[in-house]
Design a protein. Structure first.
Length: 113
């Protein structure tokens, strides 16, 4: 199983980024998918999740700024991040859960002030 995340980078506060995660999961549509992040010196936290049925949930700090979506035809999950701020800096990990759980390798997001 592979979860390949991409789309991170160095941006300024107020900018946007779109993360993508390509998953070698079958059937992908039955997996609950999520994005976690880990800031330097902090624990990994759940940022957003989307269920197999399409329901979404967000941590309060990103509500209204981030949007998680999935494309079951391409086995991908996306995280659109708008109005980024320095507190959004961290390594973002793709996560998949059905019976087993799987982690991607992470992609770095750095937001400068």
């Amino acid at each position: 199983v592979q979860l390949q995340a991409c789309g991170g980078g160095l941006v300024q506060a107020g900018d946007s980024l779109r993360l993508s995660c390509a998953a070698s999961l079958s059937p992908f549509s039955l997996y609950n998918m999520a994005w976690y992040r880990q800031a330097p010196g902090k624990q990994r936290e759940l940022v957003a999740m989307i269920t197999s049925g399409g329901a979404t949930n967000y941590v309060d700090s990103v509500q209204g700024r981030f949007t998680i979506s999935r494309d079951n035809t391409k086995n991908t999950v996306h995280l659109q991040m708008n109005s980024l701020n320095v507190e959004d800096t961290g390594v973002y990990y793709c996560y998949a859960k059905r019976i087993g759980a799987y982690w991607g390798q992470g992609t770095q997001v750095t937001v400068s002030s």
